[in-house]
Design a protein around this ligand. Structure first.
Ligand code: GDD
Ligand code: MG
Length: 318
């Protein structure tokens, strides 16, 4: 079976980090986001098609060095074609029922069970659904009998939203869906879903966790979720106070306070008296003495000078 991952977005809400790293390669507790997405696919998926445009080379380099155990095909868009146009652009690789995932969401969804459920409906597509309190930043569905979707609204106002069930960004489609996309830049959410309702679009709810990593806050929420699930060992040979969970891959620190929810990549230095919590400190960064870093991402090679505070910020070179 084939899975298409939509990974061509610009990651604007994670700038300036995403000027030098595509959103899909931002590490979530030690693994690039895209790898976390791929690892949720069932073993029946032997080919992953990455629909990319922005910073394609960085993704090519990553998969050359870190193969993921499945065939990976990168398909480029010379300019972003939208979430629907991206599927038309990979159509030559589709040959049966296929999976599509937004490349920026991590979740506990059981995709194997979702595919099984999809086949039972006989419809053209199935969407994974997640319940939220405020659906206005998402795609919203109205559900009829037998979990059939009778309306789809992309980012409605809170008052107009017809339910609290949102599109979690994972779909199982029959190849016929490609016939309803059309040419050029197309949004699958705004243009295609409303058009194919009559051919049977179904929803499947799931529980557990789901995070769209599009923002700083959510990237750190996803990191926490992964650290809680994977609980990396607390290292005893470090000269620092640790409040787990953390993933610490550098030893160059002394007399500092780390955690909870901190990931420190290799070659990072942390100065005396520094306090770091709820943060991602990337390769080669250095945090000076008595700094306070909280709710933040410190990008590769960035130096934070002594006594500085970074609160809910993203620091990165352009
Ligand atoms: N190849 C390609 N080309 N990929 C794209 C393009 C494009 O032109 N535009 C966006 N993508 C990718 C992004 O990289 C991301 O992985 C995914 O498609 C969704 O785009 P976002 O820009 O992150 O959309 P969103 O988060 O505002 O909304 C979408 O996701 C929500 C769930 O997180 C919609 O699908 C909503 O309906 C949904 O609820
Ligand atoms: Mg998103």
């Amino acid at each position: 079976m084939k899975a298409v991952i939509l990974a061509g977005g610009l990651g604007t809400r994670l700038r300036p980090l995403t000027y030098s790293i595509p959103k899909s390669l931002v590490p979530i507790a030690g693994k690039p986001l895209i790898r976390r997405v791929i690892d949720t696919l069932p073993s029946s998926v032997d080919t992953v098609i990455l629909a990319v445009s922005y910073m394609k080379e960085a993704l090519e380099d990553y998969f050359r060095v870190e193969p993921c155990g499945r065939k990976v095909i990168l398909v480029n868009e010379s300019s972003p074609m939208g979430t629907g146009g991206a599927l038309t652009n990979v159509a030559q690789h589709i040959d049966g029922t296929f999976i599509v995932l937004n490349g920026d969401c991590v979740s506990s969804l059981d995709i194997k069970a979702m595919v099984r459920g999809h086949r039972e409906t006989g419809g053209i597509g199935t969407l994974a659904l997640w319940e939220v309190e405020d659906p206005s930043a998402f795609g919203v569905v109205e559900i009829g009998r037998n979990m059939r979707i009778i309306d789809f609204q992309e980012k409605p106002s809170r008052e107009e939203a017809k339910s609290n069930l949102i599109n979690a960004g994972v779909y199982v489609f029959e190849p016929e869906i490609l016939d309803y996309i059309g040419k050029g830049q197309v949004s699958i959410e705004r243009e295609v879903f409303p058009r194919v309702l009559e051919y049977g679009l179904f929803g499947q709810r799931f529980e557990g966790f789901w995070v769209d990593c599009g923002t700083l806050k959510n990237t750190l929420v996803a990191q926490r979720e992964m650290l809680d699930r994977e609980s990396p060992p607390v290292l005893s040979n470090l000269d620092c106070q640790q409040i787990p969970p953390n993933l610490i891959q550098s030893k160059e620190m002394k007399g500092c306070h780390i955690g909870p929810n901190v990931c420190i990549e290799p070659d990072v230095r942390i100065g005396e008296g520094a306090r770091v919590d709820n943060a991602l400190i990337m390769k080669g960064a250095s945090i000076g003495a008595n700094c306070k870093i909280t709710g933040s991402i410190i990008g590769p090679g960035i130096k934070v000078t002594d006594n500085e505070s970074v609160v809910e910020g993203i620091l990165a070179n352009r």
